[in-house]
Design a protein around this ligand. Sequence first.
Ligand code: AMP
Ligand code: GLY
Length: 442
Amino acid sequence: MPPTSRRVLIVGGGGREHALAWKLAKDGAEVLVAPGNAGTAGIAENVPLSATDVAGLVRLASERKVDLTVVGPEAPLVAGLVDAFAAAGLRVFGPTSRAAQLEGSKLFCKQILHRGDVPTAMFQEFRSVAAAREFLEAREDVPVVVKADGLAAGKGVFVCDDRAAAIEAVATLGSDPQFAAAAKGILIEERLDGVEVSVMAITDGRTIITLPPLQDHKAAYDGDQGPNTGGMGAYCPTPFVDAELLADIEARILVPTVHAMRRAKVPFQGVLYAGLMLTAQGPKVLEFNARFGDPECEALLVRLESSLLELLDAAADRRLETVEPPVWRDGASVTVIMASEGYPGPVEKGRLIRGLDAAAAVEGVEVFHAATRLDGGDVLSDGGRTLAVTAVGGSLAKAKLQAYTAVKQIRWQGAWCRKDISDKAMAHELGVAEAAAEASGE
Ligand code: AMP
Ligand code: GLY
C-alpha cells in the first residue's frame, strides 16, 4: 500500500481552508496551515507564510517533512506552487500552473471546452478594446456577458442587459488599472438564462469522483440583489440537480473536460469545479475553477463521513480508481457567510467578535472562520467574508434553522449576512410537490 499522509500542509487562510483543516484533522492528520486564521489556530498549527510564498512553502514542507500539501486558493496554483513542489519531490494535491489555466484563462478554458465538445455559451474573442467595441456596435442589441480573460478576483465579469451596458463594460476593462493584466484578452459571450449550480469533482487526471451538487449565492443581498461577491452562502445537496442530471453532468461535462486536458498534454489533478447554468437546452459551463469553491467546500465537507485524506492522497498518487466511493451524511447542510460592513467593497477590520462558543454549541453547527485573527484571547474580524457558519440537519429546513440559530449568537460591530440561504431550493421543492399533487388530481 502507498503511504497514507500523516502530516498535511494546507495552503490558504479562509473558510475553505478551515473546513479542510477540520476534516483532515478528524481523518487523523496532523495539520499545518499557512497562513491560516483564528479558527485554524484552535485545531492546527498556523505558520505565518503567505499562500503565494512558493519558495517559503517548499522550504516549510521539506523541513517539517510534510507528507501531503493541499492548496486552497487559485493564486498559488496559477503561480506554480504545484510545479515547484513536484520539482522538489514533495507530494501535493492540486493542478499544475498550466492545468490551473482552466480557471486562470477564460480563453484557455473555452479552447478545452471546444476540444471536449462540452456545452458552454457561444463567445467571441478580442485582443483590443477597440475591436470588442466595434463588434458590439455592429451587432444586434442583445444581452451579453463581457469577461476579461485572466484572473481578476471575480471582478472581471460584467453581465449586461443591453449594448450600451456592454460597451461601458468593455471601456471599464480598457481603462481601469485593476484589469490591466486580465483584460489583454476580452470575451463577449452569449448571456445564458437559468438556475446556477456548482458541481465539483476530485480527479487524478484520469479517474473522477463527482461530489454532491451545491448552490452558491453570489449576489450580496437577499433575493439575489446587489453586487456580485465571492459567495454569501451555500447548501448541499441542491434539488435542482437530481441523480440523473448529476450523471449527465459527469458524462457530458466533467469526464470530457478531464479527457480533453489529458489529450492536450495538460493533465488535471485536483478539484475540478464546474460553475454551471441549467438552461432550457441542458447544463452549460459558465466557468471552471481549479480548486474547491468557497463557501461550497464548507457545506460539502460537513456531510463527508468517509475519509477526505484518503481521497486526496489517492488523487495525488494517481490511483483514484483504487479508492471506495465517498460516504455522505443523509440530509443536508447550509453555510451562511457572515460578512463585515462594507463587503464586497473595502471593510473595517479588527472588530471584536463575540458569541462564537455559544454558536458552536448549537446542535449540528461548525463555525468556520473565513477572515479572522487572534489578538491575545480575542478573535478579531480581518476581512470581508468573516465567518462561514455551517450546519447539518436531517432536512434542508432543519439545517437552515440550525445555521441561523448559530448566526444569531454571533455579534460584532457591522456584521451582516443574507437571510435567505437555501430558500430557492425550498421554493423549488414546494413547486415540485405542488406539480405532483396536481398531476395526481389532488
Ligand atoms: P464567471 O466568473 O465566469 O463564473 O462569472 C461570474 C458570474 O457571472 C457567474 O457566476 C454567473 O452568475 C455570471 N455569468 C457568467 N457567464 C455568464 C453567461 N454566459 N450568462 C449568464 N451569466 C453569466
Ligand atoms: N463560490 C465560488 C467560488 O469559489 O469561486
